[in-house]
Design a binder for this molecule. Structure first.
Ligand code: ADP
Length: 545
């Protein structure tokens, strides 16, 4: 027997329609590529998203076809998020920090019909235009006045012209909620990038979960600043959450340096911001140098890479900004776990609480997770035993877009598919998951595993260390041993012996790195993560020399 409930498909367009109807006057503020600050409301955004849907229809875009973007976080990108998905086409956000050849590969693999771009990416578009066979035209996300002159692109359109020529009279179509709405490629440190294809239903469910108090905890009282790019897993869902709860939205555009972010946080009274640790380090350096404080900034979601506990402490103790550590992946839309404390943690000493807070957190409702050994058998949730982390749920990828290879899923005894995350983790009795490594970064010393993340975490709590990466270096006796690469803070002096002395007593003796090497900077990839494979290439024979 079916329930007697109205049938209403879960569609992306309903989010912006809701924000317009119930929070129509709430602002969306953007730092523009043109250099100024732009502000308008959800009502304006909804109107222009409908105009864009009309424009796309006129350009011949049909349901399920892909439309690409190469753009920063801004209001025009937001209009495309809703205009493209809302009309039934697929919003394909491309990461402009990828190598040109990868961008060409991605645009061709996705068969993008149009690519919208911010002016900062004009040289990139000029470099790829002739190589993207499916693209009918490139659209510069600007007005007529700022349109590039003499651009070497055959089919170049102007965003504001498209809007001006289109009526806001557009009714969002109703269709199956399982239809694809957006596409995002994983940065793929090895091999070609792989496309993760989200559905309207999966993203709507993810949005409900992401907004929960024990997740991003967002409401109409908030001012949200997604520093994480809209080309990186939908800015972790914030453009959708903001519409669902009616929060004011602040987009940083290309201004991701500490000074620009600080100015925006203060001027727009931001309460919540989300980003990767490398970006926050820039903000913290700026605030420390200027002896500044925050007046409204309450909490920050940090993920994408492990949040060093030193960063957690600085935000909380020095600036009164609560840190929520979260874990996810492109294949998870992206939220998997969020490190919000439980009632019983209130009674803990701050030191014990920091240990829990530094973990990647508890699964949000909708994500089922487990850790398994090499045979696929489930391991204990004791906070000590580490295993391969598997997940399942309605916003977790079941396959990659146009994947020629095998399904990535692993089947359990009951035939259910689990997505192997490639991460190695422990889970404690409270359900707090802690990533100990990516499976390819684990250091296998004499058959035992050493967690590179834990060593890095402790190293970066040293006041003279800016950042550190621990990698597996080949060893004649133990196969692999840890090698610690350290970047000193500017003006600090530090010796390898001092680093090793600092680690002593804080990690198991056999985890002690065989060598500490000082380098100028760590290589950072397109999604803000340290490129450990590049470090391994350069240093893996260091101990054999
Ligand atoms: P890509 O895999 O393309 O680099 P993703 O953003 O999908 O980009 O990366 C997901 C991976 O990032 C996870 O599998 C995990 O290894 C790492 N990661 C994400 N959040 C955290 C975190 N809070 N702590 C440690 N690692 C994290």
């Amino acid at each position: 027997m079916n329930g007697l409930m109205l049938e209403k498909q879960l569609l992306i367009s309903s989010l912006i329609a809701h924000a317009d109807r119930h929070h129509g006057d709430t602002e969306i503020v953007s730092r523009r590529v043109e250099g100024d600050i732009h502000r308008y409301t959800y009502r304006d955004c909804h109107r222009r998203a409908r105009q864009m849907a009309n424009a796309l229809t006129r350009l011949g875009v049909r349901a399920s076809e892909r439309v690409g973007t190469l753009a920063w976080n801004g209001y025009r990108h937001m209009e495309l998020y809703y205009g493209i998905s809302g009309m039934g086409a697929v919003m394909h956000t491309i990461n402009p920090r990828l190598h040109v050849d990868q961008i060409v590969y991605i645009a061709n693999h996705a068969q993008d019909q149009y690519i919208f771009f911010d002016l900062s990416f004009l040289p990139l578009i000029e470099a790829i235009a002739d190589r993207c066979g499916s693209v009918k035209a490139f659209v510069a996300m600007t007005d007529r006045e700022h349109m590039p002159k003499d651009a070497g692109i055959a089919n170049l359109l102007c965003y504001e012209d498209l809007i001006d020529e289109s009526s806001p009279g557009y009714t969002w179509p109703e269709f199956d909620e399982n239809s694809a709405c957006s596409l995002c490629y994983t940065s793929g440190t090895t091999g070609n990038p792989k496309g993760v294809l989200y559905s309207h239903r999966s993203l709507l469910l993810h949005t409900y979960a992401a907004a929960l108090p024990d997740a991003l905890n967002c409401s109409a009282k908030d001012v949200l600043l997604p520093v994480v790019p809209m080309f990186h897993v939908n800015a972790w869902g914030i453009p959708y959450v903001a519409c669902m709860v009616g929060a004011k939205l602040v987009f940083p555009g290309p201004g991701l340096d500490g000074k620009s972010l600080y100015e925006l946080i203060e001027a727009e009274q931001v309460t919540f911001a989300a980003g990767v640790p490398t970006v926050w380090q820039g903000l913290l350096n700026h605030v420390a140098q200027g002896d500044l404080t925050f007046s409204t900034f309450e909490r920050t979601l940090i993920g994408g890479a492990a949040c060093p506990s030193s960063m957690l402490r600085t935000f909380q103790e020095t600036y009164g900004v609560d840190v929520v550590h979260a874990w996810g992946m492109t294949e998870l839309s992206p939220i998997g776990t969020v490190g919000v404390m439980k009632a019983r943690h209130r009674a803990m000493s701050p030191e014990d609480r920091y240990i829990t807070q530094a973990k990647q957190g508890r699964a949000v409702f909708g994500v089922d997770m487990k850790i398994v050994d090499g045979l696929g058998d489930e391991l204990a949730w004791d906070g000590v035993t580490a295993g391969d982390l598997l997940v399942r749920g309605p916003w977790i990828a079941s396959d990659y877009f146009l994947n020629q290879g095998e399904s990535p899923l692993l089947r359990d005894g009951a035939g259910r598919g689990w997505f192997p995350t490639g991460d190695v983790a422990t889970i404690d009795t409270d359900g707090f998951m802690q990533i100990t490594d990516r499976s390819k970064d684990v250091i296998k010393s004499g058959g035992e595993w050493i967690s590179s993340i834990e060593i890095e975490n402790i190293a970066t709590s040293h006041p003279a260390i800016e950042c550190a990466a621990c990698i597996a270096a080949r060893h004649p006796k133990w196969d692999e041993r840890p090698l610690l690469l350290v970047v000193k803070r500017p003006g600090e002096s530090l010796t390898a012996d001092e680093v090793l002395t600092f680690l002593r007593g804080r990690i198991a003796k056999w985890w002690t790195p065989d060598a500490v090497v000082f380098i100028d900077a760590l290589p950072i990839g397109a999604t803000g993560k340290v490129l450990k494979n590049r470090l391994r290439e350069a240093f893996q024979d260091y101990l054999l020399r």
